[in-house]
Design a protein around this ligand. Structure first.
Ligand code: SF4
Length: 444
């Protein structure tokens, strides 16, 4: 017996105005067709009707409003797009029941609005790829890339020559991806890019509509919206620019995790200058103090490079003293290595390998001691923990809000056999070692 595929939703289209608008209508319909939608030649057969409006002259606007009115009267489920989308409030005042209003050339929004209004029924024969895409991570956490490339030119890095300058993704596309991931079971979104704090600098003047409201392509606005979608949102690769101050209150409110991954790489002003690092300013320690005053549980993870060309013993000692002050929670360190094509390779003052080794051992000892003391201070507290794995003998492994997967520590639980991967539970912390915590789930 032949397998019957679920029937595709039907889309009706009323296209007004000039040939440019007609081409837009064709593009929208082509995309919807390739997404599996069927077309309806009349109002009655349509699950949703698109009205692509013209707003060139007052007479064209009036014609557009009449067409919207007719579609509402005949079908009732109407999405408005095109030039009159700029006047969404006029349309909504006259037709409060329109499902969505998007502007000209906003293909992604209008197609997204159709998907929301008339979702495609899932079919394993048609949807070879799940809605959330194919993932290499477990279902309960996902990396979310918000931009590609980088505007900085750090001396040891070849990313800009490989990937070019920063290109930010549209905020609505990121939010739609986040929503799909959460629908597919993701509890924790790990926001990544080369420089998350620079998100949107290239598209700053292009706000996009998301759920009926404009979202500005800026790290704070994006973080706030992501916080409404996923239980846990973790920001990676953030530089301590002044505007990062704005995301700290979101952490204090519990909208995003109180966690920042800031690749400082060094603290000595001379070395940072030679490295050509961004946000290299003297007030970073003061900034960290202010952030912790607002969000006391803020966890800061970072990485450092030792043995960069020209690094003196005084520079290195400056870094160790700075770490005493900064009290970072998690630190990774690397010995400088020349990467083919990186400008740093031509710098004078190469540090001998033995000196690099010795500095590496010293920075690791220093940061491990700070991190261990911070973990000890968590004993006796009750923390939220996300479950990564449930063992066979009643134990489970998870992570606290202070631990990103793969790079930070873990929380080992006893009496946790009843839990499932992806659960977020309250855990009484009973013990700690240099890297990890130990505890037991407590009832809500
Ligand atoms: S190290 Fe990071 S910030 Fe610097 S150039 Fe490379 S990608 Fe950009």
């Amino acid at each position: 017996m032949a397998t019957k595929l679920p029937e595709a939703p039907r889309v009706g289209m009323v296209s007004l105005g000039c040939p440019k608008n007609l081409v837009d209508s064709e593009r929208i319909l082509t995309k919807l067709r390739s997404d599996g939608y069927a077309m309806s030649p009349d109002y009655q057969g349509a699950d949703v009707v698109l009205v692509n409006t013209c707003g060139f002259l007052d007479s064209a606007k009036e014609e557009s409003l009449e067409a919207i009115g007719e579609a509402i009267a005949e079908n009732g489920r109407v999405i408005v797009t095109g030039c009159m989308g700029k006047e969404a409030e006029v349309i909504r005042a006259r037709f409060p029941n329109v499902l969505a209003v998007t502007g000209a050339h906003q293909y992604e929004e209008v197609v997204g609005a159709v998907h929301d209004a008339a979702p495609m029924p899932p079919s394993p024969f048609v949807n070879l790829v799940p809605d959330a895409g194919l993932k290499l991570t477990p279902r309960h956490y996902s990396y979310l890339k918000i931009s590609e490339g980088c505007n900085h030119r750090c001396a040891f890095c070849i990313i800009p020559s490989l990937r070019g300058d920063l290109v930010s993704r549209r905020p609505d596309a990121i939010l739609r991806e986040a929503e799909k991931l959460v629908e597919a079971g993701t509890k924790e979104l790990l926001v990544i890019s080369q420089d998350t704090s620079a998100y949107g600098v290239d598209i700053r003047k292009q706000p996009r509509m998301w759920k009926g409201q404009e979202v500005i392509p800026h790290m704070t606005d994006l973080a706030r919206e992501l916080g409404k979608i996923a239980p846990w949102v973790r920001l990676h690769y953030v530089y301590p620019y002044p505007h990062v101050d704005q995301v700290i209150p979101l952490m204090a409110e519990g909208l995003i995790l109180p966690y920042l991954d800031i690749p400082f790489q060094h603290a000595s002003p001379t070395v940072l200058r030679a490295m050509k690092r961004p946000a290299n300013e003297a007030k970073v320690l003061e900034r960290l103090r202010n952030w912790r005053a607002i969000a006391p549980d803020l966890t800061i993870r970072s990485t450092f490079v030792v043995g960069f060309p020209g690094e003196t013993e005084a520079d290195f000692q400056y870094l160790l003293d700075w770490l005493d002050e900064a009290q970072l929670d998690r630190v990774g360190a690397f010995r400088f290595e020349p990467v083919e094509g990186a400008p740093a390779n031509d710098l004078p003052g190469a540090v001998p390998e033995a000196v690099k080794e010795e500095r590496y051992a010293r920075i690791m000892a220093k940061t491990a001691a700070i991190s261990a003391a911070k973990l000890q201070a968590r004993i006796g507290r009750t923390l939220d923990v996300i479950i990564d794995e449930v063992g066979e003998e009643g134990g489970a492994t998870g992570r606290s809000q202070a631990d990103a997967p793969e790079i930070d520590g873990e929380v080992f639980l006893r009496d946790a056999g009843h839990l499932k991967q992806g659960d977020i539970v309250r855990v009484a912390i009973e013990d700690a070692d240099e890297h990890d915590l130990y505890g037991v789930p407590v009832s809500a």
